[in-house]
Design a protein around this ligand. Structure first.
Ligand code: SF4
Length: 925
């Protein structure tokens, strides 16, 4: 949104000019119709409400030094001053009358709801001593950090490397790892970075324009692309707002997307629309011929014939039968994609990739279209993520750790792209290990993950989780099962570096505690950020530095040295020094830009909040690489190695960068999959989903539940305490097609019982033509709950009772959302009573056997709710959920792989250990 405001004595303006940010004056809109002038200091920071990292400007009232509002930062290269509703709603999160203001320690049994306020010193001493003991006793793998909302470019990696532990866990396997694996298998880069603004054709899988990945920065560029003439196609079984804006809506039956994409690839190949010169130059077709067509002369013509043969089954007729989308429309879109040669932008992130068994093949099939149209890294095409993302480096880098934690990367999933995070409770229950100290950071697995009751079970068990510290800005369904609840800052209350691949360019941005920054600008000094935040809300950066010193007070463990100042040897690092060093030394072009303004680099970032490092980044794979004379060139493949490491590829006599794959080319054929137990999936293919039509029994009333779609106004746990957002969106009814509703005899508002493999939930129907027949859909953003008063935001949570029931657990709402008394008068004006239904609790885990991603879509039976069911009921049978886990475990094809490796060396890990650790037991390679 762009704000226009009337300035005292001037004309309408969209944004305050940067040269007036120190003392900005404008009329107070709340005082209207009176003209009351306010004076502000405008301090930039970064939104924390989704991964897009849009810029915000905090309006710090110069009279009270209190933040009065957040608006967009016009100098941010990705968001360019615009935000979605969640950006300005940061003000609600900061001033929430129910937020956690001080560190808390449990005073009774874990989960019993008794808390006492403690000091940060006590927290640091107690947790530090426990970690120190674990390290001294060689129990390094018993310390784990589990992140929900990441950020902190490389900062946490540095902390965990300094501690020497394999303790990084993430949420990624319930989010995006399937798509990531698909992209990584092609190019070594695990995310796409489409140049929507210059595309001639844009294909989106799922509703990116309104709620997808990098939502606001992408949306504005998709619209720019459309205004410049690009056509937009959207594959989504829901008529999302995005689909309604598209030139082509392809309502594919969930899980059929790869079949449609491969049919489009077949059209490109059969109709001469593919750029075969590009395919010959950049793909590893020779490797394919050597391994899959050994008896055939390895010419490119023979390869093209073989490729057509590989995809001959993917006719438009097959695609129509699988997807339900008209074959002529599929062909029409394919031809337009072919006509966009060199400027085809596309994206899949969650959606079909995260919903389905084999979802990673959806990303591979989509990337096949990008490769066939020669659109990799071109203006208007789709680049690898890393080209458009900045990562800092440090004055000293701790060495890679030598541990391998089987709780994170177990042998059953040697190719899992990220940690098997959502199976942690199942692994602990199976006796695969225990945790001594477990940090959850802005992470709410009880509510966000499937099988949340399994998390409750394990988090309550002190024999399995010795100490649980929840670093969180808000109460959550997980924090209530912690030993320490440690309040951490929202967007304008902490430091952080952010950079994302939002478009064709590379930028860095700076999240900062805005009141601290404003007061420091006025000459005050502070030791810790919690001195300027509400209560004693702190920030992670300072917390980890302090904790690391408590773990290793005398430096004997070799940890402390990594948290010493680069400017004052032997002294404790300050957060200011940390960012000062990075901005002075590790951001190309920033020192010069700052100097032109007479500023130090850190002051430049404090003042403007973001810096564009490079614009128009394209075709880096074709860049020349200088290699030493002793570089080895493989005559078969052209791969160029220096001291055993691939550095480039020789093409037409020139060594160029290529891609970080084993072949250094785009791997249309994956030797990795062939050698690691998945030969049938070595090419981009189509895996029939676990919710394929054939897997559903219509006679039993089985349908497909699509539980993954996002609401543009909410974000998982953190928006629970944002009053504006909950006022806009506070219910998540079950979308059901008119025909299915007629069959079941239900109307909008009727109660439905949705029965999953392990239980059921009860929600209201929303009857609509905007969903494919046979499919029901429910947004995953709602249904927050609290067991006790004071342990959950009353803007969004229902009060519930959780009790044993029928061999399992029944969660029942006892009171919906309603007005309450607080310091904020708006809390007494809450008009909504609905907070939605928590569906994820009733889902079993579905780990994809290759990517490790949880496959979110559910086979369900939908029926009118029987008498006795209440709105919001969730019933779960945890024994059955363990059985479903074992059924999926049996689908895995365990390692080790070639050479006794736990995992291919070339596939990265978020916190990569030494190469020796890839072998079991660890030994030098
Ligand atoms: S898209 Fe919205 S929630 Fe996400 S970073 Fe931007 S303003 Fe914040």
């Amino acid at each position: 949104m762009t704000i226009e405001r009337l300035l005292p004595g001037s004309a309408l303006q969209s944004y305050p000019p940067a040269d007036r940010w120190d003392d900005w004056r404008e009329y107070d809109v709340k005082a209207w119709p009176r003209r009351v002038e306010r004076r502000y200091m405008l301090v930039p920071t970064i939104c924390f409400n989704c991964e897009a990292a849009c810029g915000l400007l905090a309006f710090v009232d110069r009279e009270t030094m209190r933040v009065r509002k957040f608006e967009g930062n016009p100098l941010h290269p990705a968001s360019r001053g615009r935000n979605c509703a969640k950006g300005p709603a940061t003000i609600n999160q900061i001033h929430d009358p129910e937020r956690i203001l001080y560190p808390l320690k449990r005073a009774g049994a874990r989960g019993a709801g008794r808390w006492q306020r403690v000091s940060w010193d006590q927290v640091l001493d107690e947790i530090g001593a426990r970690i120190r003991k674990a390290f001294q006793e060689g129990r390094r793998n018993e310390v784990m950090y589990h992140v929900g909302r990441p950020g902190h470019e490389r900062a946490m990696d540095r902390v965990l490397k300094a501690w020497g532990i394999d303790g990084h866990n993430s949420h990624t396997n319930v989010c995006s790892s399937s798509a990531r694996l698909g992209y990584a298998l092609w190019s070594g880069y695990d995310r796409p970075s489409p140049d929507h603004a210059r595309a001639r054709f844009i294909l989106l899988l799922s509703s990116h324009l309104e709620a997808g990945h990098y939502f606001n920065p992408h949306a504005q560029r998709i619209i720019e692309g459309k205004l410049a003439g690009a056509k937009l196609a959207v594959m989504d079984p829901r008529l999302s707002n995005t689909a309604s804006m598209a030139d082509f809506w392809l309502p594919t039956y969930p899980g059929s997307e790869a079949a449609v994409l491969l049919a489009m690839a077949k059209v490109l190949l059969d109709e001469g629309l593919a750029d075969l010169d590009y395919v010959e130059r950049w793909t590893n077709w020779r490797e394919y011929m050597a391994h899959r067509r050994a008896g055939v002369e390895p010419t490119f013509a023979a390869f093209v014939a073989a490729l057509k043969d590989e995809y001959r089954a993917f006719t438009p007729e097959l695609a129509e039968a699988e997807s339900g989308v008209d074959r002529h429309r599929i062909v029409q879109v394919a031809r337009l994609i072919g006509a966009a040669r060199g400027a085809f932008a596309s994206h899949v992130w969650r959606g079909s990739a995260s919903g389905n068994l084999g979802g990673w093949q959806v990303a591979r099939a989509l990337q096949l279209l990008t490769v066939l149209t020669a659109s990799v890294g071109t203006p208007g095409g789709t680049s690898p993520s890393a080209w458009n993302k900045y990562k800092p480096f440090f004055w000293e880098e701790p060495p890679a750790h030598a541990e391998w934690n089987d709780l994170l990367f177990p042998k059953e999933w040697p190719l899992s792209h990220y940690e098997m995070s959502f199976l942690l409770p199942h692994f602990l229950k199976e006796g695969r290990g225990t945790l001594d100290v477990y940090f959850t950071r802005v992470y709410n697995p009880v509510w966000t993950n499937p099988d949340g009751m399994m998390w409750v079970d394990v988090l309550k068990d002190e024999a399995l989780v010795g100490l649980h510290a929840a670093l969180t800005p808000t109460w959550s369904e997980t924090a209530i099962f912690a030993d320490y609840v440690l309040p951490m800052g929202h967007a304008g209350e902490r430091h952080d570096i952010q950079s994302q691949e939002t478009h064709s360019g590379k930028w860095v941005s700076f999240r900062q505690p805005v009141v601290r920054a404003a007061r420091e600008r006025l000459g005050e000094t502070f030791r810790f950020t919690y001195e300027t935040n509400p209560g004693e809300v702190w920030e992670e950066d300072e917390f980890w530095i302090e904790l690391s010193w408590r773990i290793d007070p005398d430096g004997a463990l070799g940890i402390r040295r990594w948290f010493e100042s680069p400017y004052r040897p032997g002294e404790k690092l300050t957060v200011e020094e940390y960012y000062r060093w990075i901005f002075e030394n590790a951001v190309p072009g920033l020192p010069a830009a700052a100097s032109r303004e007479g500023l130090a680099p850190l002051d430049y970032m404090r003042r403007y909040g973001a810096f564009l490092i490079e614009s128009d980044v394209h075709e880096l794979h074709a860049q020349h690489v200088d290699v030493p004379a002793d570089a080895a060139r493989d005559p078969e493949t052209g791969r160029v190695d220096v001291r055993g490491k691939a550095v480039g590829i020789e093409i037409d006599g020139e060594v160029v960068a290529g891609f970080p794959t084993p072949s250094r080319r785009l791997e249309l054929y994956s030797r990795t999959l062939e050698e690691w137990g998945w030969p049938e999936e070595a090419l981009p293919g189509y895996i029939r989903s676990h919710v394929h039509r054939d897997a559903l029994d219509a006679a039993k009333g089985e349908m497909l539940l699509l539980p993954t779609f996002r609401l543009p106004t909410l974000i998982h746990t953190r928006s629970g305490n944002a009053k504006y957002l909950n006022e806009i969106s506070h219910r998540n009814p079950v979308w059901i097609h008119t025909g299915d509703a007629r069959r079941l005899g239900v109307a909008t508002g009727d109660l439905l019982r949705v029965t999953t493999e392990i239980g059921h939930f009860v929600n209201r129907a929303w009857v609509t033509e905007s969903i494919a027949p046979g499919v029901v859909a429910c947004s995953h953003h709602l249904g927050r709950w609290r067991l006790r008063e004071g342990e959950g935001s009353r803007w969004s949570t229902a009060a519930v009772r959780l009790a044993p029931h029928d061999g399992g657990w029944l969660l029942r709402q006892v009171q919906g959302v309603g007005p309450f008394r607080s310091d904020d008068p708006d809390s007494s004006r809450i008009f909504w009573s609905d907070g939605g239904v928590h569906q994820n609790l009733a889902f079993p885990v579905h780990p994809d056997p290759v990517s490790g991603m949880h496959c979110w879509h559910q086979k369900v039976v939908v029926a009118r709710a029987p008498a006795g069911d209440h709105y919001g009921d969730v019933y779960v049978d945890t024994e059955r959920s363990m059985a479903v886990y074992r059924e999926w475990l049996a689908r895995a094809r365990p390692g080790p792989g070639p050479g006794g490796l736990r995992r291919p060396l070339w596939l990265d890990r978020p916190l990569r250990p030494t190469e020796a650790a890839f072998l079991s037991p660890p030994r030098p390679l």
